[in-house]
Design a binder for this molecule. Structure first.
Ligand SMILES: Cc1cc2nc3c(=O)[nH]c(=O)nc-3n(C[C@H](O)[C@H](O)[C@H](O)COP(=O)(O)OP(=O)(O)OC[C@H]3O[C@@H](n4cnc5c(N)ncnc54)[C@H](O)[C@@H]3O)c2cc1C
Length: 339
């Protein structure tokens, strides 16, 4: 294990906030991850886990140890008539894994193409896009318990997956390091093209001609047209979760705003796009504290001047307060502060 001191994390987070880790380890094997855990324990240092840095916000100075697990490898565990079980190590790049699966004929992840980050972080917030969530294809995962250093397996029903949520973001937050994830993928394509933007983009293609590769390609085209690339304009994707509200709130909102957009969650709840609320409140394209709400996508906060996280959070808090005052709705922040 190579222990580095005072490491600049600005290039390692897609929001490009200035950040320095007191200690930093990039662990390429399970033994190195365990060694880093032991070092933190013996030296009574707080431990922070970093993946691809695309869904977290980094303080300017991080005390203790920042550990980046970069374990690699993809393994086909078994196959039957309908499914493949594919195990992938936490340090693999998510998008490259999706394309690897497509090239091997393991189907199901195509709607999740081009989501940034590493595999190990994907279950944490149950990544989702274009009508599919990670939990739809998830089988199990392995994770090291930070307090004991022992490897534990989690089945799907133990992960408490929900919209942008799992047990690792909730009850067991910061207690485990995910080391691998196993997916149950389809042998024969079972496409999900019901998401409105995807359906519209595929409208000109006969249903029988649509392949998983075409779905992945179309998803990537839509994403590139809608979302700013972090390399050009630093950001962490959606900054807020879409709020889920009860029918009474929806009816009240519909009376005030006949153009309200909402999606059914269950018989008693609907989801309102947070971007719609932020845009309606006039924040789209607005700059405050040298940080900006994206010109084309109000759900994305961009950091073109690479300002510190405190500035980003001030803008986020101003938006949250304004949305609460105007619509009575709480916006929950999606990226977590690495503390
Ligand atoms: C342009 C853009 C578009 C995006 N689009 C989407 C989208 O469509 N859908 C979506 O769901 N998300 C999206 N995201 C968010 C992000 O890409 C995902 O949440 C991704 O899974 C984060 O991976 P990461 O490796 O970068 O995680 P990081 O940001 O490094 O970490 C995120 C959290 O997970 C923890 N963590 C990381 N790795 C591990 C591990 N191995 N074990 C335990 N904890 C760990 C960290 O401590 C942190 O709390 C987008 C982000 C960007 C920048």
């Amino acid at each position: 294990m190579k222990l580095l001191k005072r490491v600049n994390l600005q290039p390692l987070n897609t929001m490009a906030v200035p950040s320095v880790a007191e200690h930093f380890v990039r662990a390429g094997s399970l033994d190195e991850v365990k060694e880093a855990l032991l070092w933190a324990k013996n030296n009574v240092q707080p431990l922070h886990i970093l993946g691809g840095g695309s869904n977290c916000l980094l303080p300017e100075n991080i005390s203790g140890l920042v550990l980046q697990p970069i374990l690699r490898g993809v393994k086909l565990l078994e196959s039957n008539e309908r499914h493949y079980l594919v195990k992938v190590a936490a340090g693999e790049n998510w998008n490259r894994f999706v394309h690897h699966c497509l090239s091997k004929g393991y189907f199901g992840l195509e709607n999740l193409a081009l989501i940034p980050g590493l595999v190990g972080a994907a279950p944490i917030q149950n990544i989702g896009a274009y009508g599919v969530e990670l939990c739809d294809l998830f089988h199990s995962l392995e994770a090291l318990e930070i307090s004991t250093g022992t490897l534990r397996r989690f089945e799907k029903d133990e992960c408490e997956f929900a919209y942008r949520h799992s047990v690792f973001k909730g009850r067991l937050s910061k207690q485990f390091i995910i080391t691998s994830v196993t997916f149950r993928l389809f042998k024969h394509p079972e496409l999900n093209v019901t998401y409105p933007a995807l359906r519209a983009a595929l409208a000109g293609i006969p249903r029988k001609a649509i392949s998983p590769q075409i779905v992945a390609h179309t998803v990537m085209e839509i994403r590139r047209s809608k979302l700013p690339s972090p390399e050009l304009l630093p950001n962490v994707g959606s900054f807020f979760k879409n709020p889920v509200v009860d029918m009474e709130t929806i009816e009240h909102m519909e009376q005030l705003y006949p153009d309200l957009v909402s999606y059914e969650v269950d018989a008693n709840h609907k989801k309102i796009p947070a971007g719609w609320l932020i845009e309606k409140a006039g924040w789209k394209g607005r700059e405050e504290f040298n940080v900006k709400v994206h010109d084309q996508q109000a759900l994305v906060i961009v950091n073109p001047n690479k300002m510190p996280v405190t500035k980003v959070l001030r803008l986020a808090k101003a938006i949250q307060a304004n949305i609460k005052a105007r619509f009575g709705i709480d916006l929950e922040q999606e990226p977590q502060l690495l503390l």
